[in-house]
Write a new protein. Sequence first.
Length: 185
Amino acid sequence: MNDAEIIQSFDTEKDKSLKIQLQKVEGLEKCMVILLSGYVDTYNSTFFQKRITTLIDAGYVQIIFNCAHLDYVSSTGIGSFTAFLKAVKSKGGDIVLLSLQPKVYEVFQLLGFANFFTIHDSLETSIDFFKNKGVPIVSQTSVFPKIFSCPICAKKLKAPRPGRFRCSECKTILVIDSNAQVSLG
């Protein structure tokens, strides 16, 4: 199924710097995975906002932005993500940012927006977040030890339990809560 079949007229406008692909999620009718490739900045943010607003207006309010191939986000781009979050929250939805590149995460962190968004490192946990109506249901035994990537340098690390840890590569202090959510400490 191509994007235009999912959302009528979705593919009518293109941008060379940002590729957007849609992927429906089985069993969640309001959920959509949006694969982003390229970058979001001042020059293409209007294109980005039009495309995602079309999706939200069509009733998709549980949005997973797969950012594995998103190389850069400017402050304007983060403003777009924030506007989307506000739009879906007002309709009972939410947004998950999936597989953020370290330099993209750093921009969210530096501008103070990392704490406003749910950030996951696997599609399965992102989908589970919406299946559980935005409440992560995890037990301590299934979560720890937790293997994760440092949000700054991307080094693979292992946390045996919740708490504060220092990245062995870049020396950044990280906090891991009881639900295995990683944040800067």
